[in-house]
Design a binder for this molecule. Structure first.
Ligand code: ZN
Length: 326
């Protein structure tokens, strides 16, 4: 690898720092050969190679008995081992482990013999924790900027903030979106602006019983959720939790679904589509009201609003529009 010849510094590689932070809890080098995360691609080298380098540089140590057992066994396994030795099974995982070590140190050593289990050294732990703290700060900063943009109703800026944040993520999450590609980002921004405009102006029928004073908060929460940012409870209006008309998260989700469905309808119209179908989630928890409107054809200007106002599901209506191709 050329980059290693050119004085590669893993301390500057997000992927390497993230990998190191995984060792704040004990792991073996083999754990990284089978994960869904494409480590090799992210690191630009085999994870084993990176881990060996961490070890050589004193970032990782061999785990002690306690941490090795913590890696090897789950709580139910530990309880079973305690029962076999007629020992009490109360307490958290680390209590269970110390009890086992105290009563049977040699037996415990045998359980993990031959395994190479690693954990961050003090130095490695410092580097890993600094990285995690910095990532957390970056996220909080992003969320605050998005919140400011939304409060100023600057939807384009809010959307662009999300795109540039996502472009810097190791795992952007959303499959099929290339956050580095200006064309794809521009299409997303257009969609986002339409959706955010609806989120902040419309009154979905399904929320007709929600206190109007809370709508501003719910709209903000919905918009933040839509953009993949959180919303700290400090902006929560008083007593919001006490109202049980609909759970806050569900209500906010209904605002997002409403906006998405409205944008989709507008797009179908633009493509000259005259009729739509309602697709219900149809998974056993779909309520009767939604079942009634589902899997039927409607003229696009006569279709019921979604989320469906008569939906009785606790998790809210999950129906969506599908275009009918004639
Ligand atoms: Zn329903």
């Amino acid at each position: 690898m050329l980059k290693f010849l050119l004085g590669f510094k893993w301390q500057k590689s997000q992927a390497h720092l993230l990998l190191l932070s995984k060792f704040l809890n004990s792991h073996t080098t083999k754990d990284y050969e089978k994960t869904v995360i494409p480590w090799r691609q992210l690191l630009g080298e085999h994870p084993k190679k990176a881990i060996n380098r961490f070890f050589k540089e004193g970032m990782l140590n061999l785990a002690d008995l306690e941490n090795s057992l913590a890696w090897r066994y789950r709580v139910p396994d530990l309880k079973k081992m305690l029962k076999e030795r007629n020992l009490p099974i109360s307490g958290n995982k680390s209590k269970l482990i110390s009890r086992l070590i105290e009563s049977d140190p040699n037996g415990m050593k045998e359980y993990i013999s031959g395994l190479k289990i690693l954990i961050c050294s003090e130095k490695g732990g410092q580097v890993a924790n600094d990285y995690l703290t910095m990532e957390k700060e970056k996220r909080l900063n992003f969320e605050q900027q998005v919140l400011d943009a939304l409060q100023n109703r600057n939807f384009k800026e809010a959307s662009l903030l999300r795109s540039s944040f996502m472009a810097k993520q190791l795992f952007p999450g959303t499959i099929g979106i290339d956050w580095q590609d200006p064309k794809s980002v521009s299409a997303i921004t257009t969609y986002d602006i339409s959706a955010l405009e609806i989120i902040f102006t419309s009154n979905p029928k399904i929320l007709k019983n929600i206190n109007k004073e809370w709508m501003e908060y719910l709209r903000l929460k919905a918009a933040m959720g839509y953009l993949g940012a959180g919303l700290s409870s400090s902006v929560l209006p008083p007593n919001l939790e006490t109202e049980s008309v609909m759970n806050i998260a569900t209500a906010a989700r209904m605002i997002i679904f409403h906006a998405r469905n409205q944008v989709h309808l507008a797009q179908f119209r633009e493509f000259g589509c005259k009729s739509v179908e309602i697709s219900t989630a149809n998974d056993g928890v779909t309520c009767e009201a939604c079942q009634k409107i589902g899997e039927r054809k409607y003229r696009i200007d006569k279709v019921p609003e979604l989320p469906y106002e008569k939906c009785t599901s606790d998790t809210g209506c999950r129906c969506t529009f599908l275009p009918v191709i004639e």
